[in-house]
Ligand binder design. Structure first.
Ligand SMILES: [Zn+2]
Length: 311
């Protein structure tokens, strides 16, 4: 029996990640390149297609030992799941809104099945198949990066909504009198608990931290000003997570992304604050966990879609 592999692709604002992945989520080859989003959407799409070609080229060399199952792509932005095109992307990927990712990939690779989804939805697939959500039916993923992305899995299936845009959990408001968000709403979670949100809070308080990473590090060392900032971020997260728990009654809320790299201390603080804000029966049913699939979750989950979420 030849080994069955899929090409996984994870398109983000700063890097594009490619890999060859098997049905169990094992990586056989991977490569990261800078997105160079500044060159425009057409160039990003071309770099993506060329990366896929390189992965397929590696398989060619393995001859009859490997068959390619298909190509799975996870992309930043809101993805129209039926057409595999970008319904909306923020300006970390200028011009990406409207990009027909799936159609472009199908033109280049007409013989292979291709699935395109949002980057956090594919992260949820990776957590479900080989990460912190293994064996769960109902869970929520929060990716705390530059912004905040989310995914909701209900009874083993991703909640997609009308076109595939469901799960934009960074735009759950935690303060209806708060500052205005790019989405139009006020006080969105993303404004407080993402990397850019924590940096914004630091700037507002005229704190001398360069970025959110510096705030987190100072917080872990007990710095008073960093604690003040992180208390706001953690309260915002707890408030948002509590709303999500009351909405979905999940078995787990899985927290990943760069901000979550602060690890167990960060998770304990969120746990403490969320418990205060959550009704007892709901709290008893839910576990707050750190993501386990790591920084390969995107590329892994993108590829795993071919086996686990065929269109
Ligand atoms: Zn918003």
């Amino acid at each position: 029996m030849p080994l069955e592999l899929s090409v996984g692709v994870d398109i983000g604002g700063t890097k594009i990640h490619f890999a060859l992945v098997d049905a169990q989520g094992k990586l056989y080859a991977d490569e990261q390149i800078p997105t160079e989003a500044i060159q425009g959407a057409a160039a990003v799409m071309e770099r993506t297609l060329q990366g896929i070609e390189r992965m397929l080229g590696l398989v060619d060399r393995m001859k009859d030992a490997v068959v390619i199952k298909g190509i799975g792509i996870g992309s930043a932005g809101q993805i129209d799941f039926a057409s595999g095109s970008v319904a909306y992307a923020v300006d970390t990927l200028p011009g990406w809104t409207g990009m027909r990712i799936q159609a472009r990939a199908e033109e280049r690779f007409p013989d292979l099945p291709i699935i395109v989804d949002n980057d956090v939805n594919v992260m949820a697939v990776a957590e479900l198949r080989c990460g912190a959500a293994k064996g769960l039916r109902h869970f929520i993923c929060l990716a705390l990066g530059t912004g905040i992305g989310g995914a909701v899995v209900e009874n083993g299936r991703l909640v997609r909504g009308a076109f595939g845009g469901a799960g934009e959990l960074g735009h759950v408001s935690v303060d209806f009198n708060g500052p205005q968000c790019s989405c139009g709403n006020l006080g969105c979670l993303e404004l407080y608990a993402s990397g850019s949100g924590i940096a914004r809070l630091a700037k507002e308080e005229a704190a001398s931290f360069n970025d959110s990473r510096a705030v987190m590090q100072a917080w872990l060392q007990g710095d008073a000003q960093a604690s003040q900032l992180m208390n706001i971020a953690i309260a915002a997260l707890a408030s948002g997570i509590s709303s999500l728990i009351h909405t979905f009654n999940p078995e787990a809320v899985i927290i990943g992304g760069g901000v979550a790299e602060a690890g167990d201390a960060f998770l304990s603080a969120i746990r403490r604050e969320t418990q205060k804000r959550t009704s007892a029966a709901m709290w008893k049913a839910v576990e707050l966990k750190l993501a386990a699939a790591g920084n390969v979750a995107g590329v892994k989950g993108a590829a795993l879609q071919l086996w686990h979420y065929p269109k």
